[in-house]
Design a protein around this ligand. Structure first.
Ligand code: NAD
Length: 496
């Protein structure tokens, strides 16, 4: 039997897995005097852990470790780094059951989808970027009497800040290209679901990642997060979260003139034309209530062609009725509780204001009685707004709340679809290839899915337009971001 990698520092038992509540800095577990409480959304009365609450001194320590580790990691080369990253990917695959148990208790994502899909994606992120970095072919050409090449140089210590939904997958999505490109990383996961990233540190340690290459600090965004992004030694900042936080981080990045990417919220249109496979469209649309709709890419604004309004709605309600609210560890459950009482209040606030303003609640609109007064479940909700200016149409809700509007023709659909300040994703259902082509070009979003949803190719560009983000990650786009591209010229005829 091999020894568990989950050892060292202060540990608490979470679903049978010993999880460190400390930071991981310079290859060691380090605690803070102050802590913050981490509860399980499955049962808010359960206090899972008291987690170290990092401050400016911890941020300084972590960046110092990342600075010290950078030269050796950068000079190891893409192939040397790939060996470590592949070992890490294998360890993630091996420990999926432990990771799933912890992530499910900590943020309540459905355990089955964590085991079958989401966590394996963490391993794929490391493999894909390790291989891409090795395969990089320098662009080379001759012009003006010189031989020219584009070199991709590691940029330096990188701060990665991630949100509470899908914390492990989203953190690996950013750490993997940063590390593969030769950067060292300080990762700060969100304070509402900090535990799976602590296990990522254990697995990196076990994989033989040199001390200081990947550091994980825990704490509150406005405290340790703000200190990390303000440090002038940081060469890249990669952020996923809300537009509000991105504005703060963008100011810190501007002060130090540091490139940053921001993957932010969404308010995607889900456009259904009369010529579409209505059953398939309705099934996908209602499937977006999974995980309580806490998915940035969701097509939360259903836009349906007027002529098929009733048929679509009847199919949609049929699929929505099949949802089962419950404990995310049980296979029958499709709707998990929301992450936090504060988030539940935020989501129900949107619905209450919509009701007061005269929007029509077509289904749901209430907190579920499940779990009693502490329960965090919200009924799958559909709202027909009184106008396109309604708050529920224009602002991200990030819960099990969809809106329903109709359109007359293609131009009307495009106008409504592009009418919010967001632009992360858009979903279109139509049987017409030419219409799909026109919609794909006309919709303002970083990703357009036609007759499908959430299919991802890791080499594709990923990011948002408008307030959904700045920059693109994915494939070579991410590796370029985490690198300093260098133009290298040699005068023709140079011999020594
Ligand atoms: P958030 O912006 O509140 O927090 C995100 C992270 O930023 C957390 O780790 C937090 O501690 C940290 N933070 C907060 N203030 C900070 C500061 N001043 N300096 C540095 N760090 C700070 O977002 P959230 O509520 O955790 O996540 C939900 C949001 O994330 C939604 O808007 C959702 O759409 C978005 N999201 C986007 C994507 C995407 O790929 N585009 C993916 C998942 C989630």
């Amino acid at each position: 039997m091999t020894a568990s990698p989950f050892t060292g520092g202060t540990r608490v038992d979470v679903g049978g897995v010993p999880v460190s509540t400390d930071h991981y800095i310079g290859g060691e577990r380090i605690g803070s005097t102050f802590t913050f409480a981490d509860h399980s959304p499955l049962d808010w009365s359960v206090r899972l852990a008291d987690v170290s609450r990092g401050d400016a001194a911890i941020a300084d320590l972590a960046i110092t470790a990342a600075v010290a580790a950078f030269p050796a990691w950068a000079s190891l080369g893409a192939a040397g780094r790939a060996e470590v990253l592949h070992r890490l990917a294998d360890l993630i695959d091996h420990h999926v059951p432990s990771l799933a148990a912890v992530e499910c208790l900590d943020m309540a994502m459905l355990e089955e989808s964590l085991r079958l899909r989401v966590l394996a994606r963490g391993a794929r992120n490391f493999r894909a970027y390790a291989d891409l970095a090795v395969q990089y072919e320098e662009r080379s050409w001759s012009s003006n009497g010189t031989a020219n090449r584009v070199l991709r140089m590691p940029a330096g210590p990188t701060v990665v800040i991630t949100p509470w939904n899908a914390p492990f997958m989203l953190s690996t999505w950013k750490c993997a290209p940063a590390l593969a490109a030769g950067n060292t990383v300080v990762l700060k996961p969100a304070e509402w679901s900090p535990l799976s990233c602590s296990l990522l540190a254990d697995l990196a340690h076990e994989a033989g990642m040199p001390a200081g290459v990947l550091n994980v600090v825990q704490g509150i965004g406005e405290e340790v997060g703000a200190a990390l992004v303000a440090d002038p030694r940081v060469k890249r900042i990669s952020f996923t979260g809300s537009p509000e936080t991105a504005r703060h981080i963008g100011r810190a990045a501007a002060d130090n003139i540091v490139p940053f990417t921001a993957e932010l919220g969404g308010k995607g249109p889900f456009v259904v034309f009369a010529d579409a496979d209505l059953e398939a469209a309705a099934r996908k649309a209602a499937g977006q209530y999974d995980d309580s709709g806490q998915v940035c890419l969701a097509g939360t604004r259903l836009l349906v062609q007027e002529s098929v309004r009733d048929e679509f709605l009847s199919l949609f309600h049929g699929f929505a009725d099949q949802h089962v609210l419950g404990d995310s560890r049980e296979e029958a459950t499709t709707i998990s509780p929301m992450i936090h009482p504060e988030h539940l209040r935020r989501v129900s606030g949107f619905v209450e204001r919509a009701r007061d303003a005269g929007d029509n609640i077509l289904r749901g609109g209430e907190r579920s009685p499940l779990g009693g007064s502490d329960g965090l479940w919200y009924e799958p909700t559909l709202i027909q707004p009184r106008s396109n200016d309604s708050e529920v149409v224009q602002r991200e809700i990030f819960g099990p709340v969809l809106t329903f509007q109709t359109f007359s023709d293609e131009a009307d659909a495009i106008g409504l679809a592009n009418s919010t300040p967001y632009g992360l994703s858009a979903i279109v259902y139509t049987s017409s290839q030419s219409r799909a082509e026109r919609m794909g070009r006309a919709l303002r979003a970083g990703t357009i899915w036609t007759n499908c949803f959430l299919i991802r190719d890791l080499t594709a560009p990923f990011g948002g337009c408008g307030i959904s983000g700045i920059g693109r990650e994915g494939g070579d786009y991410a590796l370029d971001f985490y690198s300093d591209l260098k133009m290298f010229q040699v005068l023709d005829g140079t011999t020594e």
